[in-house]
Design a protein. Sequence first.
Length: 223
Amino acid sequence: MYKIMIIEDDLTLAGLIKSSLSKWGYEVFCVEDFFNVMDDFTAINPHLLMIDINLPYFNGYHWCAMIRKVSKIPIIFISSALESMNIIMAINMGADDFISKPFELDILESKVLALLRRSYDFNLENEYLECDNVILKIDNMSVSYMGREMELSKNEFRILEVLMKNKQNVVSREEIMNKLWQSDLYIDDNTLTVNVSRLKSTLEKLGRSDFIKTKRGVGYYVK
């Protein structure tokens, strides 16, 4: 489980971020003692840090510099300070990304996932598959889109896994059936049609009715 630490003195916003990211299976910690941030950082040992610029006692630049002395974890600055100099300062202090307030939680979620994937690619590749904001979670066989999540059957999961691993390429019906057969999941032509239809229905309920595309007479693909 990936641990995320939030240094944000707006506790209401910090709570919203925590609630949103926790739904994705992250373990989220909100700093409350803004004088002893490094003590919390050492105790938590997070995989990713989110930090505001304006904080009590010491600003976010200070804590970013302190953390960069001991860690290379990905850091996202979140701030209402929109001047370009603040963004440049944040990047120069070692930040990996900058998101300005107000922001949509789904945008923040996408940035967090992208940073974790780039920073811990070896560990993440067996946990997530992502394509156009649709995320397939390997550990619990579920599919997510913009914070909404639904579980899949084994057949539906394997079909979507095959398509997402071959994104932008058409996967023939025969190839899909062969791959599932190798996984000890019995599937014939009729079963494939039924499961693809159910999978499309699930994605439609999540708001992505156009995600799986059909190449008539050949197979399926995702972009």
